[in-house]
Design a protein around this ligand. Structure first.
Ligand SMILES: [Zn+2]
Length: 220
């Protein structure tokens, strides 16, 4: 079976006619298609909202394959099916995810190391251990931190830096913001930092020696 991770190549490939390359009944009835445009939940980014032949499907993945689970009768291996994702949901997920990279590039130089994250709409956050930096103490310090981070973030949006991805020598996909940072990542990204708008840090919390930043962002 051969499935291409098309969502790694093109964030904006929203639908495709593609061949069914695998069918299974267990653990849940599902199909795998050659052109994998559907992003499965992982790395903090949620599942895409997807359809096969206009029918809603749930999404799962195993080690190598993204599976789509339609209700009712399954297509057969070799059938060509129309697979589509919700473009607005994909754009929102890619924007939140890409803003996570961007904000991390603003936070890390202040002496923090990222140890957790979510890019789920309405509850996106970045969690940090202190790595030489100083946790903000009190509301004034938190407000000052937000201002510092947003000023830097807006500067980077203005610089319109490209996001890129490549597979390194160890087979790990590394995602870069040109000239800024490089991280192992399997998600979907906007084209450049200039595709991001509405970046806000909605809450700063310090607890048990960690810094947690809640944030939001939109696709321009
Ligand atoms: Zn990423």
């Amino acid at each position: 079976m051969e499935q291409h991770r098309r969502y790694w190549e093109d964030t904006y490939l929203f639908d495709v006619d593609t061949q069914v390359v695998a069918v299974r009944e267990e653990p849940a009835p599902g199909i795998a298609v050659r052109d994998g445009i559907v992003h499965p939940k992982g790395g903090g980014q949620p599942d895409d909202i997807a359809t096969v032949e206009m029918r809603p499907v749930s999404v799962s993945k195993d080690a190598e394959t993204v599976w789509l689970h339609p209700e009712g009768a399954l297509p057969a291996i070799g059938d060509v099916v129309h697979v589509a994702i919700d473009p607005e949901v994909r754009r929102r997920h890619a924007a939140l995810h890409s803003a996570g990279h961007l904000l991390d590039a603003c936070v890390a130089p202040l002496g923090f190391v990222n140890v957790g994250l979510s890019h789920t709409p309405g509850q996106a956050f970045l969690l940090y251990d202190v790595n030489g930096g100083t946790l903000p103490d009190g509301e004034e310090a938190k407000t000052a931190l937000i201002e510092t981070l947003l000023a830097r973030a807006h500067e980077l949006v203005g610089a319109d830096l490209p996001y890129g991805a490549e597979i390194d020598a160890d087979g790990v996909r590394r995602v870069t913001i040109e000239g800024l940072q490089s991280d192992p990542c399997g998600g979907t990204h906007v084209r450049t930092t200039g595709d991001l708008t509405g970046i806000e840090i909605t809450r700063v919390r310090t607890k048990k020696g960690q810094l947690k930043l809640s944030y939001t962002a939109e696709h321009a």
